[in-house]
Design a binder for this molecule. Structure first.
Ligand code: ADP
Ligand code: MG
Length: 390
């Protein structure tokens, strides 16, 4: 059975969603089968992972039809041990339905039903202490509170703790407090320093996580690109804090990292040399101008000489993905994996879709209309698959 952890805060924008995604990624890197759930009707996590286009299904659909069978979570996103369950909320009516389900106890029921087959489930909570948060806490074993070291944020902490105490007393006797995580900490800021030192010295030793997550613009970059920050190639000094957080959470929950797990491949990041060479070879042997390897959301992982902007690529693949999904009968045909689009009198785009590590990838080439497509693209895809799973 999974250890279920709610990630909550009394103030918005402190980094709950960021923590849920990044901690989920860290746990999966440590060999833990992890599910991160968007428990916020505002859909912070679904947006952070760019799930909207990929699947409109999520928690809402489990609430509407608990017997629907398979959970609509997206597995193998960013890492083969990581799954993400969006909230599926689109309209205002969906939000109302979601909130009613929380108030009536159905949200807790559905969440409890997810626990099988995972080591950890992280629930990304909406801000505050409303009915949704209480129902997330009701199914959780532990809860973690994210704060920033601003005087105002600290003041709000007691209210959340009181709610959790109430939940523990009235709803879930097993609920335990895991700790407060300080996020966006700016060591250069004297007031923050003072507040942090004051709270650390006046509260119980285990009250805070030892790990402090620095304020760093790479979190914004990662958000923008819908990636865990540790997947940015230039993640620099942010990486140790991410690793330390996952390790500390494991220690606090009696989890043990799998020593072999660190070697598991992450889904690779932009500009990774591992694949650029392959793309260059592909272009050279087939007379293509440029090539790009993208993930299922259309985000480029590697490019070679590619004239196509990354947002155009993302839009293209998501439209194509939707279209293919609608044309179900086409989806099963081999040809659907090789599609060409003439973009002007001379040039075309060729797209090859393939699967690796439980995810879909796209290889896209820009080439003269006279060039042979798919040419040797399947060999390149096979080589990429082999390297990803090596
Ligand atoms: N440590 C950090 N340093 C810099 N920016 C951060 C950090 N953590 C989160 N952010 C950014 O702050 C914004 C709000 O974070 P988010 O996780 O959505 O907050 P919440 O879920 O609590 O509302 C996001 O744009 C995110 O990229
Ligand atoms: Mg959020």
């Amino acid at each position: 059975m999974a250890t279920i952890i709610t990630i909550a805060s009394q103030k918005g924008g402190v980094g709950k969603t960021t923590t849920a995604l990044n901690l989920g990624y860290g746990l999966s890197r440590a060999g833990k089968k992890t599910l991160v759930v968007d428990g916020d009707p505002q859909g912070g996590l679904s947006a952070a992972c760019n799930l909207k286009k990929r699947t409109a299904r999520g928690l809402l659909h489990l609430l509407k039809d608990a017997s629907a069978g398979d959970s609509p979570s997206v597995s193998g996103l960013y890492h083969e041990s990581l799954s993400i369950l969006g909230n599926g909320v689109i309209t205002g009516a969906d939000t109302a339905f979601f909130e009613d389900a929380a108030a009536e106890g159905r949200l807790a029921e559905v969440l409890a039903g997810l626990a099988d087959g995972y080591d950890y489930i992280l629930l990304d909570a909406p801000v505050g202490v409303g009915a949704v948060v209480r129902s997330l806490l009701a199914v959780s074993d532990r809860y973690l509170i994210v704060i920033n070291c601003k005087a105002g944020t600290m003041k709000t902490l007691p209210r959340l703790m009181r709610t959790a105490d109430w939940v523990k007393k009235e709803v879930n006797r097993d609920l335990e407090f895991l700790g407060v995580l300080v996020n966006m900490y700016d060591p250069e800021s004297a007031p923050e320093n003072k507040i942090y030192t004051y709270f650390k010295s006046s509260l119980a030793r285990n009250f805070f996580f030892d790990t402090v997550i620095p304020l760093d613009e790479r979190f914004e970059t990662a958000s923008f690109r819908a990636l865990p920050v540790a997947m940015l190639q230039e993640c620099g000094e942010v990486l140790p804090s991410q690793e330390a957080l996952a390790a500390e959470l494991l220690a606090k929950t009696d989890g043990v990292a799998d020593p072999a797990a660190g070697d598991l491949p992450a889904i690779r990041e932009d500009g990774d040399d591992l694949f650029t060479e392959l793309l260059a070879e592909l272009c050279e042997s087939n007379g293509y101008n440029g090539a790009l390897l993208a993930d299922e959301m259309g985000f480029p992982l590697t490019t070679h000489n590619c004239a196509i902007a990354s947002d155009a690529m993302a839009a293209f693949t998501s439209v194509l993905g939707d279209t293919l999904e609608k044309a179900e009968s086409v989806l099963d045909q081999e040809d659907a994996n090789n599609i060409t689009l003439e973009i002007n009198e001379c040039d075309m785009i060729g797209l090859h879709r393939f699967r690796a590590l439980n995810s879909t990838y796209f290889l896209l080439v820009h080439c003269p209309r006279a060039a042979a497509f798919p040419g040797s693209i399947e060999m390149t895809a096979a080589e990429i698959r082999a390297r990803l799973t090596a």
